[in-house]
Design a protein around this ligand. Structure first.
Ligand SMILES: *Cc1c(COP(=O)(O)O)cnc(C)c1O
Length: 436
């Protein structure tokens, strides 16, 4: 990595930042990064993110801006929009959201009034903060109803979710999670939303790359609104997009004249206006260019191979862990992530085990497990994933080796000499799979 990426100007200008940047280059090079929400972007995506497009202000949308000098950036944003629509099969795309959380805020702002009811999965079951968690804006400005996973199977129970939706009559039903290792039945979610008169919303931040790679069912074209971050399995820059239907199925046009009724039914316009001027200012055109490049990369046949390999790797990793007596939430995985249940070894030891793994050069994160007997600050689970290792070119053979290492460390997580020994082996493996 260091041969090809140099930060000469930073080195000259700011030695403090340069120091940590260099250390981070080394860290990324020599650890097995298994945080399922991260990825390594291509050099082209990296270049676009750091390009001179960062200098340009572009409030508004292509052809409807508030500043001059838009000839090039208009084209860049248009290309990004067209590619996003094509990649996902969407009727409408907004490529301006700064990140996933503000994109979700924009969706609620577009479709709901303060105090309306939203329904999403509980954070400690694998949901996201912005899906109605009590400390988040999504539960302060809206009424939040939360569903869970089944206690036995640890999977979605669509009958229970339907019952809750019928009882609570939310205005929007959110599917899509941060720590759910199984397939999501988007069609059923949409049908429930239709039945109770709610919007359907799918937040596919974690699995967008798997969806466009054809290894996870897509919520398009039927779901009303779909949000995805661009920086997780999709392997683009840090940011998000909103995909939607053109028409607002639930628009209330009673008493409106024809012109107003037409605007009220225009879902695409509502989303765009919520992003800007509703919530954001100038879009980050440098990041939009990087998104466009990432969408193009994701349309290539190689990306399908990548997505398939991500899932294959996760399956082999899960099997290796199971063979070594490690307990997994839902007993396995269908996607890119695995949630390890550490309770047979101790309640609330997620952090300790994550630190033990990092000492061995394996980077993961502590996580709650469904119905965790401990607290979110001291959870009993560990979340790992294969997107980054797969980008580095690792396959089943490496997953078996890594699965053995992880199992050994988990079973003996206070053994520091074991961690040290494995760290050396991790370094050697990383050297064989360089990137950049
Ligand atoms: C990552 C994620 C987000 C938020 O993305 P940020 O860019 O971190 O704001 C939202 N929803 C889900 C399901 C996610 O996984």
């Amino acid at each position: 990595m260091s041969e090809n990426i140099n930060y000469e100007a930073i080195k000259e200008r700011d030695s403090e930042i340069f120091n940590y940047l260099s250390l981070e280059v080394e860290r990324q090079k020599y650890v097995l990064n298994m945080i399922p929400s991260e990825n390594y972007v291509s050099k082209a995506v990296l270049e676009a993110s750091g390009s001179i497009l960062t200098n340009k202000y572009a409030e508004g949308y292509p052809g409807k801006r508030y500043y001059q000098g838009m000839a090039n950036v208009d084209e860049i944003e248009r290309i990004a929009i067209e590619r996003a629509k094509k990649l996902f099969g969407a009727e409408h795309a907004n490529v301006q959201p700064y990140s996933g959380s503000p994109a979700n805020a924009a969706i609620f702002y577009a479709l709901l009034k303060p105090g309306d009811k939203i329904m999403g999965m509980r954070l400690d079951m694998g949901g996201h903060l912005t899906h109605g968690h009590k400390v988040n804006f999504s539960a302060r400005f809206y009424k939040s109803v939360q569903y869970t996973v089944d206690k036995e199977t640890q999977m979605l129970d669509m009958d229970e979710i339907r019952k809750l939706a019928i009882k609570e009559k939310p205005k929007i039903i959110i599917s899509g999670y941060t720590a759910y290792p199984r397939k999501i039945p988007f069609k059923e979610f949409h049908e429930i939303a239709m039945e109770v008169g709610a919007y359907s919303m799918a937040d596919i931040s974690h699995i967008a790359g798997l969806i466009v790679g054809g290894v996870h069912p897509s919520p398009l074209p039927f779901t009303d609104v779909v949000m995805t971050t661009t920086h997780k399995t999709l392997r683009g820059p840090r940011g998000a997009i909103i995909l939607s239907k053109k028409e607002d199925r639930l628009a209330n046009v009673d008493g409106l004249d024809e012109k107003k009724a037409k605007l009220e039914k225009n879902l695409a316009r509502k989303i765009d206006r919520a992003v800007f001027p509703g919530l954001q200012g100038g879009p980050h055109i440098n990041v939009i260019a990087a998104k466009a490049i990432a969408f193009e990369e994701a349309m290539k046949p190689e990306f399908k191979d990548y997505a398939r390999q991500v899932v294959k790797n996760a399956k082999v990793l899960a099997e290796t862990l199971l063979d070594n007596g490690i307990k997994l939430v839902t007993g396995g995985t269908d996607n890119h992530l695995i949630l390890i249940d550490l309770t047979p070894l101790g309640i609330g030891i997620g952090k300790e085990v994550a630190v033990a793994l990092e000492n061995a050069g394996i980077v993961a994160n502590m996580n709650t497990i469904p119905y965790d007997p401990s607290t979110p600050f001291k959870p009993s689970g560990l979340r790992i994933g294969t997107p980054l290792l797969t980008t580095r070119g690792m396959k089943e053979e490496e997953m078996k080796i890594i699965g053995e290492w992880i199992s050994k460390i988990i079973h003996d997580y206070k053994n520091e000499s074991l961690q040290k020994k494995i760290k050396q082996e991790v370094k050697e493996l990383c050297e064989r799979f360089s990137f950049y």
